[in-house]
Design a protein around this ligand. Structure first.
Ligand code: CA
Ligand code: CA
Length: 174
């Protein structure tokens, strides 16, 4: 009888020593749950970062298209010189634009490529262009239209109506 009790105790003790306790299981479950939450959070942050990078990359591409598109056209209209700031008479579409200020206050949606063709698969984006004359001695100072030989071109890129980024540069009409 005594031997039987000892055997039973040993089995019971052995069972306890080799099995997980409830506390161990709870702790392990919490650790695994925390790891899963951390993984999901990390993945979401990575996706958001990736999405922002793609947006910026597209925006930079679209700014580059405007820069290239307007790079070779003159600051002043070849026909009317500085008579008109903006689109001259008879220039009804972007294909007719032949000087820089023709592009002032224009928004292209879908955006245009360097050949002035609509980029239809980027139609959620827009290019908003502002052309302003600046002081010859201080390019940060905006002056009256055709008030100097220097022009600041600002391009804003919008995605679904929200500004993603903008860039500007100076052109000289000398
Ligand atoms: Ca023109
Ligand atoms: Ca013009």
């Amino acid at each position: 009888m005594l031997a039987n009790n000892k055997l039973t105790n040993r089995r019971t003790n052995g069972y306890c020593a080799n099995a997980f306790t409830i506390i161990e299981v709870i702790v392990a479950t919490i650790v695994i749950a925390l790891a899963i939450v951390a993984l999901i959070g990390g993945n979401r942050a990575f996706s958001q970062t990736n999405g922002e990078a793609l947006k910026m990359s597209n925006a930079e591409f679209l700014i580059g298209q405007v820069r290239e598109m307007t790079l070779t056209i003159p600051v002043l209209d070849p026909e009317t010189d500085d008579d008109v700031f903006g689109v001259e008479s008879g220039e009804s579409t972007v294909a007719d634009y032949d000087d820089l200020d023709d592009f002032d206050a224009e928004t292209f949606s879908p955006p245009l490529d360097i050949y002035r063709n609509a980029i239809t698969d980027m139609s959620a984006y827009s290019q908003r262009i502002i052309v302003q004359n600046v002081n010859a001695n201080d390019f940060s100072s905006i002056i009256a239209d055709h008030g100097s030989d220097f022009v600041r071109v600002t391009v804003e890129i919008l995605l679904n109506g929200n500004v993603v980024t903008s860039e500007n540069w100076i052109r000289a009409g000398l």
